[in-house]
Structure formats: C-alpha cells, structure tokens
Ligand binder design. Structure first.
Ligand code: HEC
Length: 459
C-alpha cells in the first residue's frame, strides 16, 4: 500500500515537472541565449551548410525556420504542430540522431520558446567584430600569412587581421578591404578565370571558414563555416567549381563553390594538412601534411591513390608547376624537392622515391612558402631563415637571393607577367623584388596604420 502511494506521489511529481520549470523561469525564453547554445551543442554537427542532414541547416534563425526536406521546423505559437518538437521529444526522440537526447527541461525550453511566438532575438550580427563600415584599426602592421596576385596581375591580395586588403599593381594604392569574420587568414587563391577570390582561415579551436569574394564587386559572395579549427592551403579546381583545403583537424575537404556542400572528406593524414593542389586535368587532388606525406586522391570520389613521396620531413607548403603535373614542396627541415605527381611505382623497389625529380640546396630553417614562377623555369623558397631564394628548376642553381626581411617569410607570390615577386611575413611589410637580380624594388605597409588613414584610390 505504501509502495503504491509512493508511486502515485512520484507520478504526480513527474507530471508537475514541466509546469514547475515553467513557473521557475518565467522570463520569456530567448532564442539567442537559450536555444542557440542547445542547437550548437546537439544539432549543428549534422545540420550546417556543409552537412545538411535531412536538408536542414540550423546555424541561422532563417534557415532553422525554413526547415528541411519536410518543410518548416517550427510553427510560431504551436509547439504541437512543430516538427522540431516532434523530433526531440518522446521516450526515444529521433533527434539528435546520435549522442545524448535533450533533457526534459531543454525540450520544455524549445516548447515554451515556440509557444511564446518563436521570436528571433539574435543581436544583429553579434559575431561580427568588424565589418565594412567598421574595419579593423591597426597600431602596427600585422604578420602577413598570405599573398596572391590576380591572374591578370592587376591586383595583389594581402592578408590582414579579420580582412584581406587589395592593392593595385603598383602596390601602394589600396583598392578595397575585404572584411570578414575570420580573425586569421591562412591562405588565398584566385580562380583561374579571375572571377573569385577564395580565402581560408578561421579562429583556432573555434571555427574554420572559407570565404568567396567576387572580384568584380569586391563583395562577399559566400562564407562557409567548416570544422572547428583553421583551414589552410585553399585551391580551386581548374574549372572553379570546387574548392579543396586542408585543416588542422587532419582532414582535407573538397566543397562545391556554389553552395559549400561537402563533396569529399579525406582523413588519411595523421597531422595538419597545410596544402592542396589539383592536377592539370582537374581529376586528382594532392595534399601536403606535417605528417610528411603528399597524398594523391581521386577528386571525383575521394579515393586515396598513393603517397607520391618517400616520407622524409614534414611538408609545410606545396605548389604545382604552372602547366605540368609536377609539385615542389618545402619541408620543415629546410629541404625543397620537386616530385612528379603520379603513383609511387617504386615503393617496393630499392629506390623507393622514384617520383623525386630534384632536390634543392637546404635552407637555414623550415620552409614556409614556395612557388613556381609562371614559366615554370624557376622556383622561389622562403621561410624561417628570412631570405627568399630563387632557383633554376633545370639544374637547381640559385639565381637570386632576396634579402632584408626582418624575421620569417610566410608567403610569396610571383607576378604573372612581370619579373617580380611579392613577399610577406613576420615584419608585416610587403616587399617586391626583381626575380632576376634579387634587388628590392619597393616595400610598403599593406594596412592603414592608426596615424595615417589609408588613401582612397580613385578607381
Ligand atoms: C548525428 C547526426 C544528427 C544530429 C546530431 C542531429 N540530427 Fe537531425 N537529422 C539527421 C538526419 C540524418 C536527418 C534525416 C532524417 C533521418 O534520417 O532521420 C535529420 C532530420 C532532422 C529533422 C527533419 C528535417 C526534415 O524536414 O526532414 C529535424 C527537424 C532535425 N533533424 C532536427 C534536429 C535537431 C533539433 C537536432 C539537435 C537536437 C538534430 N536534428 C541533431 C541527423 C542528425
């Protein structure tokens, strides 16, 4: 009898629970404060622009409302008619598909938020620390991690903090500031037709981001949040329709340029992936990783083909020959080597590095930047040693030394038509050197410093 009474009591208590919670938190439920953190914790992993399970994206209010394959996720005022409640409640809720179900109190929050009208109270662009109207302010030049010339050579894109700065060919005219969400910009790449500029970056251990900018309007076309760490070594497929990049989570991914859909995810590497490039025909992708391997992948299905090199040292940067399937890499022990991008046929033979074509003079420290000249006859190498050195690919002879950097060089870019190379790194200055003599042509600070507002170029 006592037992039964207890049971009834428990039943009564359980039945009272939802209303008790309701009464305790009489303040209206806030989407921004209460719901978004739950979505982030339990749902975005499978429902974001790069991974649309059930065709549902919950990373913005608008997308969450729009819903998935079966329409709207919720109907303001009617929890009972809201798909999301149906999915997350019950004894065996169907969502989240994996992992712990939401607690009864959390489900009640969703219900109450919808019952109260499902209002969107997200502060306008809460996450944007800077914007076009409110660009970053610099007291000293930030470290330069990426540089790229547009294919026509008229624009030089330079990484800043939270932005990419575009300079004219002459180097001193600032054309535009592409202010985005990522504080760190790790790599830049123009599409072959020059229409798009892809930017990879992120905020370490928070998010990775790919931004796509239109070069005609200098406007942001798309931003895709991917993984929870910075993205490196972005590259366009030859037709511009896909983008490959490496990630601090040891993966390489290929996404569709138009909608950010993840097409391929490679997780064969055991360390950070710093570089990606496409073969001339666009059918294969090569990755370079700190785990010392350059891995060749079928770009259509993501199938791993082969490590093309013998594993000698961490691969920190890679670049493809302008017209042929040859790659040059820079290593963390200071070696630069050219390889044929092909299956490693010699793996079992005595000489198991058959794809290697040339090895260059060892650099005084890890190599952080490498590139082929547009004619493929020379390569340039820069890194912790602070010099950029230019070598002939035919015999490995050094033809020029570009000196004067104050600290490490992290990036370099050959001008597509003139005999010029742009370099950037720790000291925050862009330098232009003559590629045949190694002479400094000019140097400039690419960001507006607080004391001197950036001059507006008349376009
Ligand atoms: C592990 C992956 C995963 C997680 C985490 C996850 N979902 Fe899903 N979700 C799916 C898949 C897969 C579908 C497609 C339907 C199915 O297979 O059941 C789906 C479908 C849905 C749908 C239906 C969309 C439609 O219109 O068909 C809703 C709503 C939904 N999920 C909400 C959520 C919510 C809310 C969370 C977090 C509490 C969540 N999901 C967490 C994988 C996931």
């Amino acid at each position: 009898m006592a037992k039964l009474k207890n049971r009834i009591l428990i039943f009564a208590l359980v039945a009272m629970l939802p209303s008790a919670t309701w009464a305790q938190t009489a303040k209206p439920v806030s989407y921004h404060r209460d719901i978004v953190p739950l979505l982030k914790r339990s749902c975005t992993g499978c429902h974001h622009p790069g991974k649309l399970k059930g065709e549902l994206d919950v990373t913005t209010y608008a997308a969450f409302l729009k819903g998935g394959k079966h329409g709207a996720s919720f109907k303001a005022g009617s929890p009972k008619e809201s798909r999301v409640i149906e999915e997350i409640s019950g004894d065996e809720p169907s969502m989240p598909k994996e992992g712990d179900p939401l607690s009864k109190a959390e489900v009640a929050l969703f219900e109450r938020w919808i019952a109260e009208g499902a209002k969107d109270d997200s502060p306008a662009q809460a996450t944007l620390a800077f914007s076009k109207a409110k660009p970053p302010i610099y007291k000293k030049p930030p470290v330069i991690s990426a540089l790229a010339f547009s294919p026509d050579g008229k624009t030089l894109a330079v990484s800043g903090y939270h932005e990419v700065l575009l300079h004219s060919e002459e180097g001193t005219n600032a054309l535009a500031r592409l202010v985005g969400e990522s504080p760190r910009i790790e790599s830049l790449a123009y599409s072959a037709d020059g229409k798009w500029l892809a930017v990879s970056g992120g905020a370490p251990s928070q998010f990775g981001e790919i931004q796509i900018w239109s070069t005609s309007s200098n406007g942001l076309v798309k931003s895709f949040k991917i993984s929870s760490d910075s993205l490196y070594g972005v590259s366009f497929s030859p037709d511009g329709q896909r983008i490959a990049f490496g990630c601090a989570d040891k993966t390489m991914r290929i996404i569709s340029t138009s909608d950010g859909k993840e097409l391929i995810k490679l997780d064969n590497h055991s360390d950070w992936v710093f570089g990606t490039l496409w073969t001339v025909d666009g059918k294969r992708v090569l990755t370079g990783s700190r785990d010392r391997a350059m891995k060749l992948i079928d770009a259509a299905n993501g199938q791993f083909i082969d490590d093309i090199n013998k594993l000698l040292e961490g691969v920190l940067c890679i670049a493809r020959h302008p017209k042929e399937d040859l790659v040059v890499y820079g290593g963390d022990m200071g070696a630069a080597r050219i390889y044929k991008i092909a299956e490693n046929q010699g793996r079992t033979a005595a000489n198991n590095d058959v794809n290697m074509q040339r090895e260059f003079e060892r650099q005084p420290g890890p190599i952080r930047a490498i590139s082929y000249a547009p004619d493929g006859n020379t390569i340039a190498v820069g890194g912790m040693g602070g010099e950029v050195r230019i070598y002939k690919t035919s015999d490995g002879a050094r033809v020029a030394t570009c000196a004067g950097h104050d600290g490490a060089v992290f990036t370099l870019a050959f001008h597509p038509t003139r005999k010029l190379i742009a370099t950037g790194g720790f000291d925050g200055l862009v330098r232009w050197f003559d590629t045949s003599s190694g002479e400094l042509v000019k140097k400039f600070v690419p960001v507006p410093l607080k004391s001197e507002p950036m001059q507006k170029a008349a376009k």
